[in-house]
Design a protein around this ligand. Sequence first.
Ligand SMILES: CC(C)(COP(=O)([O-])OP(=O)([O-])OC[C@H]1O[C@@H](n2cnc3c(N)ncnc32)[C@H](O)[C@@H]1OP(=O)([O-])[O-])[C@@H](O)C(=O)NCCC(=O)NCCSC(=O)C[C@@](C)(O)CC(=O)[O-]
Ligand SMILES: NC(=O)C1=CN([C@@H]2O[C@H](COP(=O)(O)OP(=O)(O)OC[C@H]3O[C@@H](n4cnc5c(N)ncnc54)[C@H](O)[C@@H]3O)[C@@H](O)[C@H]2O)C=CC1
Length: 424
Amino acid sequence: MSKRISGFSKLRKEEKIHWLAKTYFKDQEETVKVIKKYWNEDEKLQQLHDDFIENTVSNFYLPFGVAPNFIINGQEYAIPMVIEESSVVAAASLVAKFWSERGGFKANVISTTKIGQVHFMYAGDKDLLNSYFREVKEGLIEATSDITKNMRKRGGGILDIELKDKTEKLDHYYQLYVSFETKDSMGANFINSCLEAIAKRFRKEGIEIIMSILSNYVPECLVRSEVSCKVEDLGGENPQKFAEKFCQAVRIAEVEPYRAVTHNKGIMNGIDAVVLATGNDFRAVEAGVHAYASKSGEYKSLTHCSVKDGIFKFWIEIPLALGTVGGLTSLHPMAKLSLDMLQQPSARELMMIMATAGLAQNFAALRALTTKGIQHGHMKMHLMNILNQLGATESDKKEIAEYFDGKTVSHAAVVEKYKELKNE
Ligand SMILES: CC(C)(COP(=O)([O-])OP(=O)([O-])OC[C@H]1O[C@@H](n2cnc3c(N)ncnc32)[C@H](O)[C@@H]1OP(=O)([O-])[O-])[C@@H](O)C(=O)NCCC(=O)NCCSC(=O)C[C@@](C)(O)CC(=O)[O-]
Ligand SMILES: NC(=O)C1=CN([C@@H]2O[C@H](COP(=O)(O)OP(=O)(O)OC[C@H]3O[C@@H](n4cnc5c(N)ncnc54)[C@H](O)[C@@H]3O)[C@@H](O)[C@H]2O)C=CC1
């Protein structure tokens, strides 16, 4: 029997669940039970979540953790993190504490410009197109005046419109390349609305508008965060050796794409977790960050390191288009709570906080990788997941956790210990 359905979107939530259970699951009763178990008791709150997207049937929980003790530009923060992977929050917390005793993180926003494009085709005379553009440029900005009115009052809006000739890459292809300042909003809807108004005004015989859309490549919406201290203050048995090995690990990620991708994944452990906690758009951030990592034509590390004149310095430079207003930021109660926890930052402050979370995460991973190895700490944190998978009771968990205290955890070793405990 075909599983296709027409009019699914028009069904009530209960009907959608019933259809889903009947069509795709063996144990329908259990399916419905699981789906409903994750509904919020508060009907109004559930309705709010139902309305975020389309065809909602339930909620999908991710843990909401907190990494305290971050000092950024002298200000103290507890950073909210939403992530499913064990050891990320612990690592961020450990590193925040470590650097809080060494002057904290120093961050600054380099630029906040965002880009949108009206892509169009034109097969006629280039000079005519250029003079038409010069003629209408002011009118294009004027066409958005209603949309940009409030943003201009905040000091934002359209910064410039350029005509770009892309015909060397694709026959007849041109674009209106528009730069924006969107203040505390990520700006996607604002930019897209402006672009559509611009495209409408730009229309003319011979110009075929293909599409109008913001770019998630934001190399001019850039933030930097760094830590530094005297090498001897890094601590440990041989701080000089540690600093040099650590920097070599960064240099490897600067020249070796296979390593760079994993290195940057570790950075994104920190960044994505804060992006999610604050209701920002993680797809937009991910796309922009990885494009930036490839800007030289080769995928490279987003962090850099130096050891010079007895000073260890470690920094990140990363593009982040974020909002502290708009999107889900104030609509999702937990996103709002996250922003309150961060003392209601501006978008610029949030950029600095997120870049710092990414840098901290990378510091933790590299420190572990170049010393004890990653599995020691990671698996220590992952132990509870393995025990939960095995169905361990609270007393089993306690006993096994005690057994592994000081030992390196591996999946096989935990299974063996569990079986031994259960006499299996
Ligand atoms: C895992 C740690 C932190 C253990 O580190 P530790 O030294 O064994 O921890 P500890 O038990 O001595 O505790 C010290 C502090 O660590 C934090 N901490 C410690 N345990 C917890 C916990 N349960 N819950 C919350 N916080 C915790 C916490 O700040 C605590 O201070 P306190 O709160 O007691 O004052 C360390 O080994 C570490 O940083 N490891 C690196 C972990 C990591 O990077 N994980 C990311 C996932 S792996 C990955 O996906 C990316 C990767 C690695 O492939 C990227 C790459 O290759 O570059
Ligand atoms: N390619 C992409 O990344 C796309 C993303 N989106 C989605 O768009 C949403 C983000 O768009 P936005 O325009 O940011 O959100 P939004 O549509 O909720 O608008 C934010 C609005 O808040 C107002 N505002 C109030 N105080 C402000 C302040 N201090 N600074 C700036 N604006 C202020 C402005 O009118 C601004 O336009 C996200 O949900 C994202 O997922 C939508 C389309 C494409």
